[in-house]
Design a protein around this ligand. Structure first.
Ligand code: ZN
Length: 65
């Protein structure tokens, strides 16, 4: 079956993929819902990476202050 791929962060549409159906997906379709799979778009990936890097730069990952 076809799954719609969306960015989990901003919700933008990223295309679709073919993958095996499962009980949950079939139930979603039965209820008229779109079956989605999640990923992260390039923009959000950069944003999240920048956040992590700036946190690390401030020594945020270390407890020994
Ligand atoms: Zn995004």
């Amino acid at each position: 079956m076809i799954y719609q791929i969306r960015c989990s962060y901003c919700g933008c549409y990223m295309g679709e993929k073919e993958a095996p159906a499962n009980k949950f997906a079939l139930m979603m379709i039965e209820h008229g819902l779109t079956v989605e799979s999640h990923s992260i778009c390039e923009q959000c990936k950069q944003h999240v990476l920048n956040d992590i890097m700036s946190y690390a730069d401030k020594g945020g990952f270390y407890d020994d202050k």
